[in-house]
Ligand binder design. Structure first.
Ligand SMILES: [Ca+2]
Ligand SMILES: [Ca+2]
Length: 189
């Protein structure tokens, strides 16, 4: 009963359950939301079409996230923000409230490390600030002097070994002291 209507069978769902922070029921819910973003593609290509970045950005839960485009790029295999269901599910799992703090920190580090060299340096932070302080969204602006001061403060605060950039360990240490930082990296579908 109901077997034929499910996008994935029980053993596939069990596998997704193992790979994510979701239950089988939640996996199916995430799939339903994925399919709703591009119903025509799902009709044509079956349960696992590749959706474009623009299609995934239609998800209302991502609308307010300043890092949404960057998040999609980091989680897409090709780095262009396009993703199939597995990549989408992985992203949603790490964004879910069930993901532990360590996962959120790991996630945030990847998002902030724009040039993907394993360190968050001044250049990366310049980009982070431009994402966070978007006048159109927050009404706030910072002069470049103010931006540089914020970046200096962040590096001073987090750079435990004083080499001028923030390694994953520096970041992990600093972030676990910050209350509520993970709110930027949380989506509930
Ligand atoms: Ca970097
Ligand atoms: Ca350092």
């Amino acid at each position: 009963m109901g077997q034929g209507t499910s996008a994935y069978d029980q053993s596939e769902l069990a596998e997704f359950q193992d790979l994510t922070y979701f239950t089988k029921r939640e996996v199916l819910h995430v799939h339903k939301r994925f399919a709703e973003l591009a119903p025509e593609k799902v009709k044509q290509h079956g349960r696992n079409p590749t959706l474009t970045k623009e299609e995934i950005l239609l998800l209302p839960e991502l609308a307010a996230n300043p890092f949404k485009e960057r998040i999609l790029e980091v989680f897409s295999d090709a780095g262009d923000g396009n993703m199939n269901f597995e990549q989408f599910l992985d992203m949603m799992s790490q964004l879910s409230s069930k993901a532990p703090l360590e996962t959120k920190i790991d996630f945030a580090f990847k998002i902030y490390d724009f040039n993907e060299d394993g360190q968050i340096c001044e250049n990366d932070l310049q980009k982070v600030i431009l994402f966070l302080v978007q006048p159109a969204v927050t009404g706030a602006t910072l002069t470049s002097d103010e931006r540089n001061q914020v970046i200096k403060n962040v590096i001073n605060e987090m750079d435990m070994d004083d080499d001028g950039s923030i390694s994953y360990l520096d970041f992990k240490h600093g972030m676990s002291k910050l209350n509520g930082f993970e709110e930027s990296f949380k989506v509930t579908l």
